[in-house]
Ligand binder design. Structure first.
Ligand code: FES
Length: 176
């Protein structure tokens, strides 16, 4: 069951070499402000899709916080990514409602289909598979999101069908 359909393709700035100059405005905004570490990490991730290694050093220089401490914060919170993601992130909900409706079957089916583990990206960079906490539409459990699209009442088979369909559609769009 598809409940939204917004045709978008996630920009993949993360595929490019991280240009830290893109963070200048972000650092200017938070310079000298206490408690700026989380917004700086969030802004960095928003810019690149993940937090590149070399951004840690720059954030350390800007804030005076040790790189190891920044790394500790970034790895503590699930919202932060330390690796680039694919063009399309598949988020399979493993919150309570989805878990009892067999969300594991969905993740397993997609893992088999794509040949990746949870958290990994396909070799062509098209998909990243992630298990996440509640996506906020528990009545549709089990649920997954791909980009901005939400799919509910899934089975493993249905999830794989959607994953194939999106890849075919978006690949064909490029060829037109
Ligand atoms: S538990 Fe999956 S959407 Fe809430």
């Amino acid at each position: 069951m598809r409940i939204t359909r917004i045709a978008t393709e996630t920009p993949v700035k993360e595929q490019l070499e991280a240009d830290l100059n893109l963070l200048d405005d972000l650092f200017a905004k938070y310079r000298g402000k206490p408690g700026s570490l989380i917004p700086l990490l969030q802004g960095t991730q928003h810019t690149f899709g993940y937090i590149p290694q070399k951004a840690f050093k720059r954030i350390s220089m800007e804030t005076g916080i040790e790189t190891a401490d920044i790394y500790g914060v970034a790895t503590f919170y699930a919202q932060f990514r330390l690796n680039p993601v694919g063009k399309n992130v598949i988020k399979v909900c493993h919150g309570t409602a989805c878990h009892v409706q067999n969300a594991n079957a969905i993740t397993d089916a997609i893992k088999d289909e794509l040949g990746v583990k949870d958290g990994e990206t396909t070799s062509d960079g098209f998909y990243t598979l992630e298990s996440v906490a509640c996506l906020g539409c528990c009545s549709l459990a089990p649920v997954m999101m791909i980009g901005d699209d939400t799919f509910g009442k899934l089975t493993g088979k249905a999830a794989v069908r959607i994953v194939r369909e999106i890849r075919n559609t978006r690949c064909n769009q490029k060829e037109e």
